[in-house]
Design a protein. Structure first.
Length: 615
């Protein structure tokens, strides 16, 4: 490349300058004085020579005096030795020179060449050196020095084959079946070509964070035994202006040279965000260019070249529609949260790496970890192992797993216990949640109630564990869930006749749920089965849901309906707690004593006092 050549010549130019400067230095301080044959003498010697009339010629310079002596008749060694003395303030000098009849002149030496050069070169030399050093550093990435800026990072892992296989992925059997087809294709592209079958160019893995999308992509490459080129969307965004697009081009060039292979773009939402969506208000030219280049490259090659493009995202709804068009990422594979069976497989995979005690029942763990992603489960095993190490134990026991679950669900425990009034209040609050949950039939089972403050700022927590994975919830089930959420606050009202700030998080969550019931699930009779919330997914992962432009009347009606649902839930909770006040007091008492109680303890207390169990 000629850009390379330019770089080389510039470097040799730098060397020439350095050599030139060195020569100047040599001339100025070593050779110059030698040739001139000037000998430095003290000023007193000069005065002495002058007084003795030995001097015949004097040159007065601003900083020194150069003179030659005639020398005594007998001194024949030096015909005309030139001497110099550093000048000293001497008012009588001129008079004495005139008196002695010496030929004298003043002389301003034109600054020597080297002096001039150094005058301005030295100050900028450090900058030159720094610049040169930086260039070298930047250039380390690739063979082209600085000019390889745009080369994709994928270079670094090209040729590196993935060692991950489907055996390392648990609970994704259905996804694996779909990916097998891709593997087939990568292994025998000719077969597909012969029949004229075209595979989708792009496969988009969609699912919540931590469900193993990245892992599955690696495993696909591992199973197929083809090179894996991977780059993350966020890496593109970090790059300098104009580099993103060239990286995409480069990535595809390299991949095509190594076909069959897999290109994997992780977190593609970072570049593939809709250009017209709400997020695009401050449009990002750089990202847009990168996206356009990606679209261009995807269109520009034939599917049967043996390059399969995979991408992953947990926000498919924000992706630009152009990316999902036919011929691009037209096949979407959903990677859901694992089911109980899947969780067991994942736990088995990760637990195989630690030494387990006899008492660990992975199937039980799989049962109570509803909602955990694969990454959560991997983290769970690791946390449990860490706890075992801290205990100084040889093996990881069930207790370690229990504590680890608690840690993950509730944040790290703080060891500062609550005191006095607050302790009682928190006990009644959490007791309220637990009791309402226990008494209502459609709610999740209480797993654990605690009044140990968590590092996330909660003073206590009630942990519920769904007995099965639920995707559909009926209106009564949701109403009962609301009652559980408000149960803590209701208990405070019942016992202390006042509420505390501790319930504000509960209120927030309950209001959110009620709003969704009204505006998304069509569960309000007054409003009917109409969706009032904004387009699906406009709120990222259940965040604030943008409502459509609604008339004030409808807005008021929505608010009224939310209010009605919450009031009803509060009534339910308060009624239950009032009829079971003895149970509530007993639960709160035991809680204050033991700080943590299990769901079974709650059932036992309710059974013992003999009040009717189900409400
Ligand atoms: P995602 O890309 O979907 O956010 P990752 O693939 O990065 O999730 O998963 C992070 C880690 O969690 C993996 O490296 C693996 O250790 C673990 N993990 C996630 N899902 C699974 C799974 N299905 N089977 C085994 N391990 C998993
Ligand atoms: Mg990932
Ligand atoms: Zn609460």
């Amino acid at each position: 490349m000629d850009s390379n050549l330019k770089l080389k010549t510039r470097f040799s130019f730098v060397y020439v300058i350095i050599a030139f400067l060195a020569l100047l230095l040599l001339q100025e301080y070593v050779i110059g004085p030698l040739v001139a044959g000037e000998e430095e003498v003290p000023y007193s010697r000069f005065r002495q020579d002058l007084a003795q009339g030995l001097i015949d010629k004097v040159t007065v310079e601003p900083e020194r005096i150069v003179y030659s002596v005639t020398g005594p008749e007998d001194d024949t060694e030096k015909a005309d030795p030139r001497l110099k003395a550093v000048r000293i303030e001497d008012r009588d000098l001129v008079r004495d020179l005139v008196d002695a009849g010496v030929e004298f002149q003043a002389h301003t030496p034109s600054k020597s060449v080297s002096g001039q050069v150094f005058g301005w070169i030295l100050p900028i030399l450090p900058f030159v050196v720094i610049w040169w050093f930086l260039m070298k550093r930047m250039g380390k990435g690739g063979p082209g020095g600085m000019m390889s800026f745009g080369k994709s990072k994928a270079t670094e892992i090209s040729g590196e084959m993935s060692t991950v296989t489907f055996a390392d992925v648990g609970g994704a059997d259905e996804v694996e079946v779909e990916l097998k087809e891709i593997i087939d294709f990568l292994n025998h592209p000719d077969r597909f070509a012969k029949i004229g079958a075209k595979l989708p160019k792009g496969i988009l893995l969609v699912g919540p964070p931590g469900t193993g999308k990245t892992l599955l992509a690696k495993a696909t490459a591992g199973e197929a035994g083809v090179p894996f080129f991977s780059i993350s969307g966020s890496e593109f965004v970090e790059m300098f202006v104009g580099v993103g697009a060239s990286r995409v081009r480069d990535l595809f060039d390299q991949a095509k040279a190594k076909a069959p292979c897999i290109i994997f773009i992780d977190e593609i939402d970072a570049i593939g965000q809709s250009r017209s969506g709400a997020m695009a208000v401050k449009s990002n030219d750089e990202r847009e260019q990168t996206l356009n280049q990606l679209l261009y490259e995807m269109d520009g090659f034939d599917a049967n070249e043996g390059v399969v493009i995979m991408a992953a995202t947990n926000r498919p709804e924000v992706l630009d529609k152009a990316l999902l068009r036919a011929g691009r990422f037209d096949r979407q594979i959903v990677v859901p949260l694992p089911t109980e069976k899947g969780r067991l497989q994942i736990l088995q995979i990760h637990a195989a790496k630690v030494s387990l005690a006899q008492d660990v029942e992975l199937d039980k763990l799989a049962q109570i970890t509803t909602g955990f992603s694969g990454a959560d489960l991997a983290n769970l095993v690791n946390e449990a192992a860490l706890l075992a190490v801290r205990r100084g134990a040889q093996k990881v026991t069930m207790i370690d797993f229990d504590l680890a679950i608690e840690r993950i669900v509730a944040g790290l425990q703080r060891d500062m216990p609550l005191e006095g009034d607050i302790r009682a209040k928190v006990a009644f609050h959490e007791g309220g949640h637990a009791l309402v949950s226990h008494l209502l039939p459609l709610t999740d089972k209480v797993h654990k109630v605690s009044i140990i403050p968590t590092s996330r700022g909660a003073l206590g927590f009630t942990m519920e564990m769904p007995e099965e994975d639920r995707h559909l919830m009926s209106k009564p089930a949701l109403e009962q869930r609301l009652a559980v959420m408000l149960g803590g606050r209701a208990a405070e009202l019942l016992v202390f006749n006042e509420t505390s700030t501790g319930a504000s998080n509960d209120l927030e969550r309950a209001t959110d749920l009620a709003r969704r019931m009204v505006t998304e699930f069509g569960m309000s009779e007054a409003l009917g089965p109409v969706r009032y919330a904004g387009p699906a997914g406009s709120g990222y992962l259940g965040g604030q849901v943008a409502t459509r432009n609604l008339s004030p009347d409808i807005e008021n009606l929505i608010d009224a309906e939310i209010r009605r649902l919450l009031d009803g839930a509060h009534e339910t909770a308060l009624e239950l707690l009032t009829t079971h006040e003895t149970d509530l007091r007993e639960i709160a008492r035991v809680l204050q004593e033991e700080e943590v109680i299990s769901g079974e303890t709650v059932s036992e207390i309710v059974a013992e006092t003999g009040e009717s169990g189900q409400g």
